[in-house]
Write a protein of this length. Structure first.
Length: 134
């Protein structure tokens, strides 16, 4: 009798300790997974990616820079923290107000927007096109 009661108390206590350890581990994993989320997921809740027809056309237009464009897309999607070269929000601009843009090189920019947790790659433009549409 008494020995069994004592054993079940010990088992119960160790189970509770294990539960507490598991809770602590889950909290740590949640924190870690939040830290590993990309900036765009943390800031804007991005869940989906779409490409506009114009963007697809622009990929063909700038085919010589295809690898660089795709690399820039990957970097802007994957970055864990804000990077001005990839996540700059456009303000005070007639045509591109509230778009975000990423610099592909000194001349080319990816223009994108986030609507209802969908990142939409809209178009690829030159610095000149950007400046002339202010």
């Amino acid at each position: 009798g008494k020995l069994m009661e004592l054993q079940s108390l010990v088992d119960e206590r160790s189970i509770l300790e294990k539960v507490e350890e598991l809770k602590a581990l889950l909290v740590e994993l949640k924190i870690r997974s939040d830290q590993e989320k990309s900036f765009l997921v943390k800031k804007y809740g991005v869940k989906k990616i779409e490409y506009s027809a114009k963007y697809i056309e622009d990929l063909k237009k700038y085919a010589g820079n295809y690898k660089l464009i795709k690399s820039t897309e990957f970097k802007l999607l994957d970055a864990k923290d804000y990077r001005k070269n990839y996540h700059e929000l456009i303000k005070n601009h007639r045509k591109y107000e509230k778009y975000l843009h990423a610099r592909i090189n000194n001349n080319l920019r990816i223009m994108y927007k986030i609507e209802r947790s969908t990142l939409i790659f809209y178009e690829i433009i030159t610095k000149n096109e950007f400046d002339s549409t202010r």
